[in-house]
Design a protein around this ligand. Structure first.
Ligand code: FEO
Length: 182
């Protein structure tokens, strides 16, 4: 486990607390929702759509304000780091990073979009759809949680190594502010 860094320069833990809170909320909702109940499903999908946007924004903020800065710093110092190049490398999600996470994220987004016609479906189709959505969300969670863990355990130490304390303090303030305006 990477050594703990002072809270004021820890750019990942606070935003990740919010992301993990959302993951827990929707993991519970997915278990409880009655997919036979059209209005209940429509309400879940509406909320989930907003939350997926929040996940996407989180990744976008990290891309712009953390990963790009780290890449530039390593480039300036002519240091090559494969992990930095590979993480958050797919701009289509703007971005959830690894290909696996991107794929799982897109799967949930597609199902949420398809689910808007849930009222027009038969009972059996609703239940099948519910199982697909539950599985897709669980797959996404199973990649998103380790992804955040990697950021905290691998990328935070790199930031500490290659940035000054005051730079990271400012960076953290920016990252928190960007999350607030989402
Ligand atoms: Fe902090 Fe890339 O999730």
């Amino acid at each position: 486990m990477a050594p703990r860094v002072p809270e004021e320069i820890d750019v990942f833990t606070a935003p990740h607390s919010r992301m993990k809170e959302l993951v827990n909320i929707y993991t519970r909702k997915m278990r409880c929702v009655d997919f036979r109940d059209g209005p209940e499903v429509v309400s879940l999908l509406k909320d989930l759509d907003t939350t997926l946007c929040e996940f996407k924004s989180h990744e976008s903020i990290e891309n712009i304000f953390i990963m790009d800065q780290l890449k530039n710093r390593l480039k300036q110092r002519q240091i090559s780091n494969a992990a930095v190049c590979d993480c958050h490398n797919d701009n289509q999600l703007s971005d959830v990073g690894t290909q696996r996470l991107l794929c799982d994220y897109k799967q949930v987004v597609q199902l949420v979009r398809r689910g808007t016609q849930v009222r027009e479906r038969s009972l059996g189709e609703r239940i099948t759809y519910g199982h697909q959505l539950q599985q897709a969300f669980q797959d996404f969670v199973n990649t998103f949680l380790p992804h955040m863990e990697e950021e905290e355990q691998v990328f935070q130490p790199l930031l500490v190594e290659y940035f000054e304390y005051d730079e990271l303090k400012v960076l953290k303030e920016i990252v928190l502010k960007e999350h607030e305006v989402v």
